[in-house]
Write a protein that binds this ligand. Structure first.
Ligand code: ATP
Ligand code: TZE
Ligand code: MG
Length: 302
C-alpha cells in the first residue's frame, strides 16, 4: 500500500472477495452461532446511546449487561465472551476505572472491543486512550478520525494526526484516508494479543476492516445511520457480540456487513430518523446469515 493512499490521493485497487473464500463461511457461521447461542457481551459505554447498544445486541441475537463499576466489569468478564468499552461520555473517575478494567482484561486474556469516541479531544480522554496502548483491545471499532487519532496517540504513525482534527464524536475524515492508520493499529493489537489476533473496523460511507494484513472495503448502509445517535456505538456492541463466537477479523466483518444490510432495509421501511431507529432494530433481527455472508466485499489488492 502506497504512502499516497494515506493522504487520500488514490483509492486502492480492489477485487471482489470470492464466493468460496473461507471468510464468507466463517461470517455465516458467526451470524448463525450468535442466534443459536445467545452470547453475553458486556459493555462499559457512554450514557447517550447505552440503550441502543443493548437493544442492537439483543436484536442481533446476543444479550447485554452494562456496568461502570470496575469490580462488576472484571467479574462479569470472567463469565462473558467479550466486552465493549466506549469512552464517549467520560466522568473524572473513569480515568482510574478504565485503567483498572483494561489492565485486568489484558491480564486475563479477555477479548474486548474499544470504541475510542472523540479520540484526540481533551486531556483526560487522551490520557485514558494513551494508557490503553500497552493493554490494548482485541478489536478497535471507530470512525476514520478516531482511528487516525488513535494511531497518532499510540505513536505508531510518526506523529501524523488528522489534518482536520477531531470534531466531537463525528468524523471529519474519509474512511480511505485512515487505511494505513488502521493497518498499523491492527498490527499493534495483534502484536500484543496472546493468540496474535486482532482487527480494526473503520466505519463511514464505505466501511474498512483489516487484520493488519488483509484489507476489506464494505460498501452500503445508508446515510440515515448518521442521523440517529449511536449507530457506531451499536456497531461496536454487536462486534463484541460476534467476538464471543468468532475470531476478531470475522467478528468485525460480520457486524459491519449486518449493519450495512440492516441500514439499507431500514431506509426502505422508514420515514425519518425516528422510525429509522425502530426499523433498524427490526432489520437487525430480520437479516439472515445468508444475506450477511453473501454481501459485496471488496478486498484491497496487494
Ligand atoms: N454516509 C453513509 N452511508 C452509508 N452508511 C453509513 C454512512 N455513514 C455511516 N454509515 C454507517 O453507519 C454506521 C455507523 O458509522 P459512523 O461512522 O456514523 O459511526 P460513528 O461516527 O462512530 O457513530 P456514533 O458515534 O454516532 O455512534 C456504520 O454501520 C456505517 O457503515
Ligand atoms: C453524542 C455523543 N456524545 C458523547 S458519546 C455520543 C454518542 C455518539 O458517539
Ligand atoms: Mg462513534
Amino acid at each position: 500500500m502506497s504512502k499516497a493512499t494515506q493522504s487520500g490521493l488514490h483509492l486502492p485497487p480492489t477485487h471482489a472477495l470470492a464466493a468460496d473464500d473461507a471468510l464468507r463461511a466463517a461470517v455465516h457461521q458467526a451470524v448463525a452461532d450468535v442466534r443459536a447461542r445467545t452470547p453475553l457481551a458486556q459493555s462499559f459505554t457512554n450514557f447517550v446511546t447505552i440503550n441502543l447498544v443493548a437493544n442492537a445486541q439483543l436484536a442481533s441475537g446476543g444479550t447485554a449487561a452494562m456496568s461502570y463499576l470496575p469490580d462488576d466489569v472484571i467479574d462479569i468478564a470472567a463469565m462473558c465472551g467479550a466486552t465493549y468499552i466506549n469512552v464517549g461520555t467520560l466522568l473524572p473517575f473513569y480515568k482510574d476505572a478504565l485503567g483498572e478494567i483494561t489492565s485486568a482484561l489484558h491480564d486475563a486474556g479477555h477479548r474486548w472491543v474499544l470504541d475510542p469516541v472523540a479520540a484526540g479531544l481533551g486531556a483526560t480522554r487522551t490520557a485514558i486512550l494513551t494508557a490503553m496502548r500497552d493493554v490494548p483491545p482485541t478489536v478497535v471499532r471507530a470512525n476514520a478520525s478516531e482511528v487516525i487519532a488513535l494511531d497518532a496517540l499510540w505513536g505508531l504513525s510518526d506523529g501524523e494526526a488528522s489534518p482536520k482534527g477531531p470534531a466531537g464524536v463525528e468524523s471529519t475524515d474519509d474512511v480511505d484516508t485512515a487505511l494505513m492508520a488502521a493497518v498499523r493499529v491492527a498490527r499493534h493489537l495483534r502484536a500484543a494479543d496472546r493468540d496474535g489476533l486482532g482487527a480494526v473496523a473503520v466505519s463511514g460511507e464505505t466501511d474498512l476492516v483489516t487484520d493488519g494484513e488483509r484489507v476489506f472495503r464494505l460498501p452500503g448502509g445508508d446515510a440515515t445511520m448518521t442521523k440517529i445517535t449511536g449507530a457506531g456505538c451499536a456497531l461496536g456492541g454487536v462486534t463484541a457480540t460476534y467476538l464471543c463466537v468468532a475470531e476478531p477479523l470475522v467478528a468485525a466483518l460480520a457486524a459491519s456487513l449486518l449493519f450495512n444490510r440492516a441500514g439499507e432495509r431500514a431506509a426502505r421501511e422508514s420515514h425519518g430518523p425516528g422510525s429509522f431507529q425502530t426499523e433498524f432494530l427490526d432489520a437487525l433481527w430480520a437479516i439472515d446469515a445468508d444475506t450477511v455472508s453473501t454481501s459485496t466485499v471488496l478486498e484491497v489488492s496487494r
